[in-house]
Design a protein around this ligand. Structure first.
Ligand code: SF4
Length: 284
């Protein structure tokens, strides 16, 4: 409850992003955070609005750049829990370079992608996660490009925490976000979050029919990278749960020389207007 603010989301009724917002708020409360321990950074897209809907520090950045900003926040204040967020277009098209390097850097932040396999904010174009044959305004004859297998790509880039979930599974999604926050290193959580307005193929029913829960696979071992890759390939990436976690590899924070042990800046969230204006003047 304490992570709610007074801003009403303007997502379309039924958009999967509502559940992601709720799951982040619940997970933050469950791991014992207070709003001023949390920073939520987002990129551009419908999902990018999420940083304004959670009571915390927030930064609504530019397209594809939530990760550089989030990493900067974490470097400036190691005490903050930092969540980067955005859509599949934001993170896996223009932002893909940042995604791969943040993964291999293993910096201690949680990246939550709301994957609806389409560009929603710009009214429905094919995204890097759209399947072959997907028809949109930008591909009226059907897309001829293969969708990026982001979970597989994360594994090969050296990821230490790779998970996938579905926005209707609020309980599972909340617990995965908690695990991602508690993970010491970079956690990538891809959430299938349907766009009910523009994606009429990858609907809630479609995901219910196609997603395989890792909890139903006998002897699945999330510490086994080879098993994780094989399971993803066998199921065309359509699995949900914690796919892979390496609890041993040190994070960037553990290894970086000269990383400040103290926060470089601390500001009370309940700023007076006068103090806010003063801060803005200092930054200008
Ligand atoms: Fe959600 Fe799609 Fe509406 Fe955007 S256009 S708010 S992604 S349902």
């Amino acid at each position: 409850k304490e992570f709610r603010n007074s801003i009403k989301p303007n997502w379309c009724p039924g958009c999967g992003d509502f559940s992601v917002q709720a799951a982040i708020q619940r997970a933050a409360a469950n791991v014992g955070l207070e709003p001023d321990n949390l920073a939520v950074v987002s990129g551009i897209g419908c999902s990018g609005r999420i940083s304004g809907y959670i009571k915390s520090y927030g930064f609504h950045g530019i397209h594809g750049r939530s990760l550089p900003i989030a990493q900067g926040v974490k470097m400036a204040n190691r005490d903050l829990t930092v969540i980067a967020s955005g859509g599949d277009g934001d993170g896996f098209a223009i932002g893909m370079g940042h995604t791969v390097h943040a993964i291999r850097r293993n910096i201690d932040i949680t990246y939550i992608v709301m994957d609806n396999q389409i560009y929603g904010l710009t009214k429905g174009q094919t995204s890097p996660r759209s399947d072959v044959g997907f028809k949109t305004k930008s591909t009226p004859e059907g897309s001829v490009e293969s969708a990026i297998g982001v979970m597989e790509l994360a594994l090969t880039a050296g990821a230490t925490f790779v998970a996938q979930s579905f926005s209707t599974d609020l309980k599972e999604l909340t617990s995965i976000i908690e695990a991602g926050i508690n993970h010491k290193g970079f956690s990538l959580i891809n959430v299938f979050s349907p766009c009910v307005t523009y994606n009429k193929v990858n609907t809630y029913d479609w995901f219910k029919e196609h997603l395989v829960s890792l909890s139903t696979i006998e002897n699945y071992d999330s510490s086994n990278r080879m098993m994780a890759m094989q399971t993803l390939m066998e199921n065309k990436g359509l699995v949900k749960g914690i796919i892979y976690q390496d609890k041993v590899k040190p994070s960037y924070q553990d290894l970086a020389h000269g990383y400040s042990k103290e926060a470089l800046s601390k500001v009370d969230l309940n700023l007076s207007e006068e103090k806010f204006n003063q801060l803005m003047t200092e930054f200008m």
